[in-house]
Design a protein around this ligand. Structure first.
Ligand code: AHG
Ligand code: MN
Ligand code: MN
Length: 324
């Protein structure tokens, strides 16, 4: 029997001690993702796939849909009095909504937006934190996340959620409702697939070079088995594939990203994905420790991200401890 998100959340509140208001925050985010799925589906007809002509605080060119997605999130989050703050990739500063709610949402409203022009899967990523609205602390380590998830806008729209224990996946149905499609998702411990932008090889550190060259050597190298490489360039799409069938995603610190601290953002890209991967039995490391234990220093802080199947993440960690 199909189970709508609303019923699933009601059961989590009744049976698993999930806060009713937190479940409401997730419903609000789900409503934003459902609206965004509809907008993305028709964007090429509406002529919305181009550049917006602005750059965001990270110096990246904003697509028109980056801006539209951000506006959709703001519109929905404003309606929920329990959400007092939004941190978004597309906003320079944290946005204080006009209420005194005890929750903050950090989000990447549209991840992988360079793939929009070519109709390849993009996503939204989000993390929920508890805050004191009087003196909100947004710089909390990922272990403090109350819940996290992402929507993947692909052939179907998936909504993956975790409270930090189990991972579940909902699919958007023909009525615009998210319906449970997978329960208790676990990422296979072993895998033969890795995801990294190999065009950056000349910038890599020794550990990354060693890991990739071992994989490329396949059954003739120390890994003792053959690997395939997949890189979509949408973190959500790459992570969703890895969550479903195993693998590893690497955006390590390299010589070109050292000044910035990495490529991907800690609060709304790395932390939510790390919470999901660990809850599914996988790993999430910077190469020098758990992503979830990193103390953020700024809302748009960047960080190296290595997440996925446990055995693969452990192999990378071992190479980093060799490198020192
Ligand atoms: P965003 O579109 O939110 O800026 O994020 C893009 C990210 C991530 O989705 C992807 O894994 C990575 O950038 C791709 O980086 P490269 O362009 O270096 O491959
Ligand atoms: Mn992103
Ligand atoms: Mn984005």
């Amino acid at each position: 029997m199909t189970q709508p998100l609303h019923h699933w959340l009601a059961a989590a509140v009744a049976n698993d001690g999930v806060d009713l208001k937190l479940s409401g925050v997730l419903e609000t985010i789900a409503a934003a993702c459902a609206e965004l799925a509809g907008v993305l589906r028709l964007a090429p007809i509406a002529g919305q796939t181009g550049l917006a002509g602005h750059t965001n605080v990270q110096g990246e060119a904003q697509k028109e849909l980056d801006v539209i997605s951000n506006d959709i999130f703001i519109k929905h989050l404003r309606k929920n009095a329990d959400i007092s703050i939004l941190v978004s990739e597309e906003l320079d500063e944290a946005l204080h909504l006009e209420n005194h709610g005890a929750f903050a949402v950090a989000c990447d409203p549209l991840d992988g937006s360079s793939n929009l022009d070519v109709n390849v899967t993009v996503g939204s990523i989000f993390s929920i934190l508890a805050v004191d609205p009087g003196s909100p602390d947004l710089l909390q380590p990922g272990t403090k996340q109350l819940a996290a998830g992402y929507a993947a806008y692909g052939p179907s729209t998936s909504l993956v959620l975790t409270f930090g224990t189990a991972v579940v996946c909902f699919t958007l149905d023909e009525n615009g409702q998210f319906v449970l499609s997978q329960d208790n998702i676990t990422v296979p411990a072993a895998s033969g697939e890795f995801a990294i932008n190999t065009a950056r090889e000349r910038f890599w550190d020794e550990a990354t070079k060693a890991y990739v060259s071992q994989n490329v050597a396949g059954e003739t190298g120390p890994a003792g088995k053959r690997y395939n490489m997949r890189w979509i360039g949408s973190m959500v799409a790459d992570i969703h594939r890895i969550l479903m069938r195993g693998g590893i995603f690497l955006y390590p610190l390299d010589s070109e990203t050292t000044d910035k601290g990495g490529r991907l953002r800690l609060l709304y890209e790395a932390n939510p994905m790390a919470l999901i991967m660990e809850a599914a039995g996988g790993g999430a490391t910077t190469g020098h420790g758990r992503i979830l234990e990193v103390q953020p220093k700024a809302i748009h802080q960047r960080i190296p991200v290595i997440v996925g199947s446990k055995d693969e993440v452990e192999r990378v960690n071992a190479l980093y401890s060799h490198q020192g």
